[in-house]
Design a protein around this ligand. Structure first.
Ligand code: NAP
Length: 468
């Protein structure tokens, strides 16, 4: 068995918790488990099969913590929010110095910062850990983003590195910074995921509703793209999903699904934090907004009649779609990394962007062929800290932006909504203009509020002739 100095416990055997527990056991570690509904922990023994040799179940969280020998590290895999606070409140009186609480859920990093301060003030160790890859990732190797002190990370490092996904032998897990750093990076990961999913769906929409192509045929195109510059988990699963058939009706599986998406918060948090940090995450914001609009299903159905907008056909080649998606994806990543940079400055995390790109290369939902180049770009000289200006990406953008422009123009002309693709294009067009139109905004602000403006080559606090 793997040498193990820290007793490991896991609380919350839902989708992610049970998969992560099996992964931990698979890697030779002994594990204690408990669940709110105690019978779930008992049933988990059957699921663990031969791995149950290293498994000890307990009727509850406190019973588990009491039964474990120190030093103890207890992973919480419960919904973010009150369940985490409740678990901490239960654990703190039972644990002792040297023990660690690890929140592995999708927690708001502000909560992690608060909890780190509260728990560590009591002499315990607190770790906020982002885990990406869904159930499959948790079971066979997720991407893991750890926040906490370095000493705290060293205590759990062997387990984390063992259970993480591997990319060409390198584990897709690392200690990224103190307190909320891991959860923040996971949040932005999810924000980029929202944007990428929305952009893929927008391209699908054009092929489907603007060209009348069958889902399976579109799926085959995505499958082909997964062998090129767009190679990624999300393009791969899109190809698979679109080619699947619903057994009950014989229809394409995608056609029996209501077009109303849910969201749990991480996409929205990315946008909120971006705005607070004075950053633009327009592609991510468009994706979060599109999910919000999707929820208004009944109104949209009525809107077809009330507004009477008629969608018409588009003439776009698959090569143009592919290039447009590549450009938009680069922009989504670039916006995500700008948010990370702004937060790193604000909270003094000293995030290693190249390493973040590396640990996203396997195990997580946004793994893609671009991440190697993103990592290399951050290790090199990045003009103005902008990923879009790194030579490898500037070249690709110059080559692919014309296609993005044609796709967005065709979509807009034919009444197909492409909010994320057009937000990406607007961002890149703005970043490619040395002189924009904010001069007029400044003039308006000075006019109505005497806010002043910086005169070109002159005083920083100038006023316009309207004040003379
Ligand atoms: N699903 C994913 O793809 C994914 C990916 C990355 C991160 N995450 C995050 O991982 C965490 C767990 O997600 P999941 O998908 O595994 O959820 P899940 O399948 O719904 O499981 C939730 C688990 O938490 C327990 N629980 C729920 N409310 C609780 C409470 N008030 N007190 C104590 N335990 C409670 C449940 O226990 P009972 O059996 O008693 O109901 C169950 O064990 C969340 O933070 C989620 O955002 C999920």
């Amino acid at each position: 068995m793997t040498t193990q100095t820290t007793a490991l416990g896991l609380y919350g055997l839902g989708t992610m918790g049970s998969a992560l527990a099996l992964n931990i056991l698979d890697n030779g570690f002994a594990l204690h488990v408990a669940n709110r509904t105690a019978s779930v922990a008992e049933a988990f023994v059957t699921e663990a099969g031969p791995l149950a040799d290293r498994l000890t179940t307990h009727p509850g969280l406190v019973e588990m913590a009491r039964a474990m020998s120190a030093p103890r590290a207890i992973i919480l895999m419960v919904p973010a929010g009150a369940p985490v606070d409740d678990a901490i409140a239960d654990l703190v009186p039972v644990l002792a110095k040297g023990d660690a609480i690890i929140d592995a859920g999708n927690t708001d990093f502000h909560d992690t910062r608060r909890r780190t301060a509260e728990v560590e003030a009591k002499g315990l160790t607190y770790i906020g850990m982002g885990v990406s890859g869904g159930e499959e990732g948790a079971r066979h190797g997720p991407s893991i983003m750890v926040g906490g002190t370095d000493a705290a990370y060293q205590g759990i490092r062997p387990v984390i590195e063992a259970i993480a996904a591997k990319f060409e032998g390198d584990h897709c897990a690392d200690h990224l910074g103190p307190d909320g750093a891991g959860h923040f990076v996971k949040t932005v990961h999810n924000g980029i995921e929202y944007a990428d999913m929305e952009m893929i769906a927008e391209v699908y929409g054009l092929m489907r509703h603007g060209q009348g192509r069958a889902p399976a045929q579109i799926g085959a195109v995505f499958q082909g793209w997964d062998k090129g510059a767009l190679k990624s988990y999300l393009v791969e699963i899109t190809g698979t999903v679109l080619q699947a058939t619903d057994a009950a009706t014989g229809k394409p599986a995608v056609d029996v699904i209501l077009d109303r998406a849910g969201q749990k918060g991480t996409g929205r948090w990315t946008v909120i934090e971006a705005l607070k940090l004075g950053q633009s995450a327009s592609a991510i914001e468009a994706a979060v907004g599109a999910r919000g609009w999707s929820a208004e299903k009944d109104a949209r159905v009525a809107g077809e009649t009330i507004l009477g907008t008629i969608r018409s056909a588009v003439a776009i080649s698959d090569r143009e779609y592919q290039d447009a998606l590549l450009a938009a994806r680069i922009i989504a990543y670039a916006q995500g990394f700008r948010i990370l940079a702004a937060a790193s400055d604000e909270y003094q995390w000293s995030l290693d962007y190249a390493r973040i790109a590396e640990i996203w290369r396997a195990g997580c939902i946004i793994r893609s062929a671009l991440l190697d180049d993103i990592s290399a770009a951050f290790r090199g000289d990045l003009p103005y800290g902008q990923l879009i200006f790194a030579p490898a990406f500037a070249d690709r953008l110059r080559a692919s932006i014309p296609a993005l422009r044609r796709v967005v123009a065709a979509a807009v002309s034919a009444a197909h909504p492409v909010p994320a693709l057009s937000a990406s294009l607007a961002f890149i067009d703005t970043m490619a203009q040395g002189r924009g139109t904010t001069d007029l905004i400044q003039a308006q602000r000075d006019f109505f509020g005497r806010h002043g403006f910086e005169r070109i080559g002159g005083a920083k606090d100038s006023h316009g002739p309207w004040w003379e």
